[in-house]
Design a protein around this ligand. Structure first.
Ligand code: UDP
Length: 400
């Protein structure tokens, strides 16, 4: 069922709903368009699915366009993504040409006469060059920008400088060398989506069963795209250590995003490694209820990322009141206050991570306490209603 903003009253309270209506009235009938590069897989698609619908519900004409990329293009933009998070890159003229050309091509059949254009992430960033600009443009970057490859950053800046505002997910991602206005908007989850709404025990059982997950042992899970920054190999190592102390099962669940060509290769490598391990289940599926069932029933949720823009999977697990052990990187420490809403571990510390998981498996009461605090923290800071308010503030700044 399509959700209405007032459906969130019970979760966020009447004041928040009233504030949204009060702020939104100024923008009734304004046209806003979001542009990104995939409609499914990954956090950006997840956010837009709810945010765009709610923007429409409060009277804004909000649209969502998805850039049409070729496999070549996505191979290059994935390299850009990795290099923005600190990897090396061989930035050839050919890569730049394909990157810009695909954007120019897409702009030919994407007419933008909106009042505000919001471009998500680096893939559609150059589009701005191919329009006679007649409205504010926002670059909403979801990637950790704290330590980008300097050559790539310098190249991308030539496009970013044309924008009216850059929005990032963390205060630390703001760039000193950028004269463009910069704001922080935390990503968010939709508490009423299939992925996050409460599930009854039977549905959880049915879904675990359907995907070949037996019951009887506590489940540790990490749910993430198969991506090197999510460190699935590290998860296997942590599990090996945990398993020596407590009999449990690991479920590594991942999907493939259409704009991420590396996923399948990484999945195959992990499958090869997991072949000789007991009680490791790998799932390569796009299924929101399965993700919900896993997050709702896990004894411990892991997020062993090496880099992380924000980490919506952490938000989702906290919202379900589950104990989370996650790396102290990117946006994760905004969500996990160590010892209060979960446990933070050093990304390279396999043993330390395993120790925390074992501690939680042996002490469910501790897990319950962390989970309760985590849920309250998400309610306060990381729900879609809060993001909507932030975007309304940005619209006030740019359109009034
Ligand atoms: N996700 C999913 N199925 C999977 C793996 C991930 O639906 O098998 C979802 C996950 O629940 C979350 C999003 O993809 O909503 C991932 O967002 P996150 O910010 O954690 O990471 P990103 O993929 O954007 O780096």
């Amino acid at each position: 069922m399509i959700k209405r903003i007032e459906d969130y009253r019970e979760i966020v309270g009447d004041e928040v709903i009233h504030e949204i209506f009060k702020k939104a009235i100024k923008f009734a009938h304004k046209h806003v368009v979001h542009i990104n590069s995939t409609y499914q897989g990954g956090g950006v698609a997840e956010i837009l699915t709810s945010l765009v619908a709610l923007m429409n519900d409060v009277g804004i004409f909000a649209g969502w366009r998805v850039l049409h990329g070729s496999p070549d293009f996505f191979a290059i933009t994935k390299k850009f993504h990795n290099a923005l998070q600190g990897d090396q890159i061989n930035l050839t003229a050919m890569k730049k040409e394909i990157y810009q050309e695909q954007n120019e091509y897409f702009s030919r059949f994407t007419h933008l006469n909106h009042d505000l254009v919001i471009v998500h992430d680096p893939q559609p960033l150059p589009m701005i060059r191919f329009y006679r600009k007649r409205q504010p443009w926002v670059w909403r970057c979801h990637v950790d920008l704290s330590n980008p490859n300097p050559e790539l950053w310098d190249y991308l800046k030539r496009f970013i400088l044309r924008y009216d505002m850059v929005v990032v997910s963390h205060e630390n991602y703001k760039k000193k060398d950028l004269p463009v206005a910069q704001r922080v908007v935390y990503p968010s989850i939709d508490p009423l989506s299939a992925k996050n709404k409460p599930l009854d025990k039977n549905t959880i059982k049915k879904y675990l069963n359907k995907f070949g997950i037996p019951n009887g042992k506590p489940i540790i899970t990490q749910i993430s795209r198969f991506d090197k920054w999510k460190d699935p190999e590290g998860v296997l190592k942590v599990f090996e250590l945990v398993k020596k102390e407590v009999d449990c099962r690991l479920v590594l669940c991942g999907n493939l995003a259409t704009d991420d060509p590396e996923g399948r290769k990484i999945f195959e490598r992990i499958a090869q490694k997991a072949r000789n391990m007991n009680d490791v289940i790998l799932i390569l599926e796009e299924n929101n209820i399965l993700v919900n069932a896993l997050q709702s029933s896990a004894a411990v949720v892991l997020q062993k990322s090496l880099r992380e823009g924000f980490g919506l999977t952490v938000t989702e697990a906290l919202w379900k009141g589950r104990p989370v052990v996650a790396s102290n990187v990117g946006g994760i420490p905004l969500q996990i206050i160590d010892g209060r809403t979960g446990f933070l571990v050093d990304p390279g510390d396999i043993e330390g991570c395993a120790r925390k998981v074992v501690q939680l498996l042996k002490d469910p009461e501790l897990g319950r306490m962390l989970g309760e605090n985590g849920r309250a923290h998400v309610r306060e800071n990381f729900l879609v209603t809060r993001s909507l308010l932030d975007y309304l503030d940005i619209m006030s700044e740019l359109l009034c």
